[in-house]
Write a protein that binds this ligand. Sequence first.
Ligand SMILES: Nc1nc2c(ncn2[C@@H]2O[C@H](COP(=O)(O)OP(=O)(O)OP(=O)(O)O)[C@@H](O)[C@H]2O)c(=O)[nH]1
Length: 191
Amino acid sequence: MSAMRVDAKVVMLGKESVGKTSLVERYVHHRFLVGPYQNTIGAAFVAKPIQVGEKVITLGIWDTAGSERYEAMSRIYYRGARAAIVCYGETHRKLPKFKVARSYCVLQHCKIYLCGTKNDLIEGDRSLRQIDYHDAQDFAEEIGAQHFETSSKTGSNVGEFHVAVFVPAEEPGVDLGQKKDSYFYSCCHNN
Ligand SMILES: Nc1nc2c(ncn2[C@@H]2O[C@H](COP(=O)(O)OP(=O)(O)OP(=O)(O)O)[C@@H](O)[C@H]2O)c(=O)[nH]1
């Protein structure tokens, strides 16, 4: 069996139950799974082939476990990543630790994205918001990250199938779709 070629590695990071697996499910399978929460053990990998112009490009997404007991392992998964998506729950208490997020940032060729999750809960009841948008925005600027607020339940800001494309720098002029403000779109682009 030949090994799968991955053109760009993306790694999902963040504390347990902030919604990393749900984001991947939404992005890759266009669904939101309901049912009891099951924590990721170690890490899960999913490949997503995407059409870019005439080419098919494969994104390799590593969904790492948020539990602190797996922290040492997670470092293995983000090595060589092109984009690190650091997630925090908008209804949870804490932003990711600066020190940890910053260490992702300095990885060679690795862009960092700060991704707020579960935005639908706040849309339903604003009092549930625990992380102020502007605080998160300031934090993102501090660590040199782009910031998005998303909902895997509604799909808001996650990026739909046709817009989540990866375009290498040497391939300008490819149709980038219409919605450029979603974070999966953004993290897979060079500009
Ligand atoms: N309402 C709502 N609930 C969400 C959303 N995303 C995730 N959840 C819920 O939050 C819980 C945790 O989601 P996961 O995606 O498993 O979280 P995780 O970050 O992968 O967790 P670990 O595997 O422990 O690292 C689950 O019960 C999800 O259904 C969202 O966008 N909206």
